[in-house]
Design a protein. Structure first.
Length: 367
């Protein structure tokens, strides 16, 4: 991919495919101090109000810059490397990180150590990359003062407040409004599938864990979905097409949203899983289609609950786990409250928090 000039016209040569670059597109990107605020990187002019008849009067390539004179009198030096990044027309940071498939054989995933200056460190950059690769990370020795999880979340981005509050306490209590607040076994699930939009990322911080049970379990919904697509395309197809109703109700709120169990993006690639069988309601369809749907859902559930696809571990006090709620299902083994306390705190953040932080750190460390 390279920029070429011909009689004051500017072309993009992409492996032999040559297209003229629109002069107005280049004019929008002038970045002299009179056109772009260096602190905010926001334009000091409004291109939507400009006359579209922009013409390149002169153009040269010098020392990695495209020097352009436009017919409205503006002269600019444009960084060719920056332009070529834009020519890709896609996210070169987040989507460039390859999702790593994993199952019960997953070993030696790096844990990260909390320390002073952590939030602005190269270690935080590496943590976020690992998070996008595997869908989860564990940080050791995060201070366990009450509500520190909120400080941690807000140091990445902003806490996503829900009807459970800015943060929530995960421990057994009487008259719970969610099974998480019991000592029961919790099968693999994603959180809050009844919200629009669903919270993207869940943080869980272990404050106390004195019981022999209560192990955390994780399943990679991305890996399972890809396995299902290969092993049973018809089951995969119906689960990506039929929307079910997810519903949450307590004395203060009623929440509902409709979605597929496996959601795809506009290019038919994996985007998100929602799975919480205690909360979903399948729509009324013709009997034959429902037979197909229930069979497919059962197969998906069996895969989520299979030991082959699950990792299991015990969180220690000061461990903080961050999970992609669009990708990773989590659960818990049952425990006996008579053995001692099991107390975790949780909260949610959205992808704009982790994406913005990662882009900032890549800029800071020139990665």
């Amino acid at each position: 991919m390279k920029i070429e000039l011909n009689q004051n016209k500017i072309f993009l040569n992409n492996n032999g495919s040559i297209e003229e670059i629109h002069p107005f597109w280049l004019r929008e990107r002038v970045d002299g101090e009179e056109f772009l605020d260096k602190g905010t990187q926001q334009r000091l002019f409004d291109p939507s109000t400009m006359n579209g008849e922009i013409i390149v009067k002169k153009a040269e390539i010098k020392n990695g810059f495209l020097e352009v004179n436009f017919n409205d009198g503006v002269k600019s030096k444009l960084d060719i490397n920056k332009l070529e990044t834009e020519f890709l027309n896609k996210d070169t940071v987040i989507k460039a990180i390859l999702k790593r498939k994993w199952d019960s054989s997953l070993k030696n995933v790096k844990n990260f150590e909390f320390k002073e200056g952590f939030y602005e460190s190269k270690e935080m950059h590496d943590l976020l990359v690992s998070f996008y690769e595997y869908g989860f990370v564990i940080i050791k020795n995060v201070p366990s003062e009450n509500n520190y999880i909120v400080n941690f979340a807000n140091s990445i981005g902003s806490v996503r407040r829900t009807n459970f509050g800015e943060h929530f306490n995960v421990k057994s209590k009487s008259n719970p409004n969610d099974l998480a607040y019991t000592t029961l076994h919790l099968s693999p699930h994603t959180d809050n599938p009844y919200r629009n939009p669903v919270p993207c990322i869940q943080l869980l911080h272990c404050i106390e864990n004195e019981v022999s049970g209560g192990y955390s379990t994780l399943v990679d919904g991305f890996t399972v979905s890809e396995k299902l697509k290969k092993e049973d395309p018809e089951a995969y197809k119906i689960l990506t097409e039929v929307k079910v109703r997810f519903k949450f109700t307590d004395k203060n709120v009623m929440l509902e949203d409709w979605a597929e169990l496996i959601q795809l993006d506009e290019e038919k690639n994996f985007k998100q899983v929602r799975f919480s069988p205690r909360l979903d309601y399948v729509p009324i369809l013709e009997k034959k289609k429902l037979d197909q749907y229930y069979k497919a859902r059962k197969k998906l559930s069996d895969m989520y609950n299979s030991e082959k696809n699950r990792i299991e571990f015990k969180l220690a006090p000061k461990d903080l786990m961050m999970m992609d709620n669009y990708r990773v299902l989590h659960g818990r083994t049952k425990y006996d409250p008579d053995e001692g306390n099991r107390f975790l705190q949780g909260c949610y953040i959205d992808f704009d928090s982790t994406e913005g932080k990662l882009r900032h750190l890549k800029r800071k460390f020139k990665i």
